[in-house]
Design a protein around this ligand. Structure first.
Ligand code: CA
Length: 229
């Protein structure tokens, strides 16, 4: 988003109730954020690509395309923070889990002040993670979908890039092969656990060949992989 440099960040507000959207935007504006508003679920991805927001505030019940589906679609291409807005408390585990991948949630009815506090907290957490890479010198350039080691682009396949992004996104977390597969292939094609092993092997080799001093990916026997934090 092209925003003034004094802005606290840009927020894409996805909400089909105009009054609610207006209140949220007023509060965001008062807190120093720039915002864009989309009411129709079918127009969200277009707006996302055009605006490149710093955070997405995503209602679930929407005309056109629902928020859960949209969150998955955003996750497939970006790790931008997403806060889901839901009226159903029982959905929360699923929203924050791997299947949907939201960063946080807000239950309706909410106070706009609470929303602003959450937006601030999620952005701080995200930016802290961005500016303190878990592996020194290794960075993800989200916009260009490439990984950099000491500023030099790594020659990774799309799957290797997604694998590295997933591992870097949650340092210290143990991933099963099945969970990694969910992040590597959006189309649920039939692949085996061995496919993950071979991608991990290739990624390790490329990282070391590119000059990384130590292999950051640990194999956890009987479980899967994790990135050393
Ligand atoms: Ca709604």
């Amino acid at each position: 988003m092209n925003i003034p440099t004094d802005s606290a960040g840009s927020v894409l507000v996805v909400e089909d109730e105009p009054r609610l959207a207006a209140v949220l935007r007023d509060y965001l504006h008062a807190a120093g954020y720039h915002s864009e508003w989309v009411a129709d679920g079918a127009r969200v991805m277009e707006a996302f690509h055009a605006r490149r927001p710093d955070l997405v505030l995503l209602d679930i019940m929407l005309p056109g395309r629902d928020g859960v589906d949209l969150c998955r679609a955003i996750r497939a291409i970006s790790d931008v923070p997403v806060i889901m807005v839901t009226a159903r408390v029982e959905e929360i585990d699923r929203l924050l889990g791997l299947e949907v991948g939201a960063d946080d949630y807000i239950c309706k009815p909410f106070s706009p002040k609470e929303v602003i506090a959450r937006v601030g907290a999620v952005l701080r957490r995200y930016r802290h993670g961005q500016s303190n890479p878990p592996v020194a010198g290794l960075a993800i350039d989200e916009a260009a979908t490439r990984a950099l080691l000491h500023g030099q682009a790594l020659d990774l396949t799309a799957v290797e890039f997604r694998l590295l992004r997933t591992l870097l996104g949650s340092p210290g977390r143990v991933w099963s092969r099945e969970q990694l597969l969910d992040h590597l292939y959006a189309d649920h094609r039939v692949v085996t656990d061995r496919t993950v092993d071979s991608h991990v092997r290739n990624l390790r080799r490329k990282l070391l060949e590119a000059g990384l001093e130590e292999d950051p990916i640990r194999s956890i026997y009987g479980m899967g992989y994790r990135l050393e934090a």
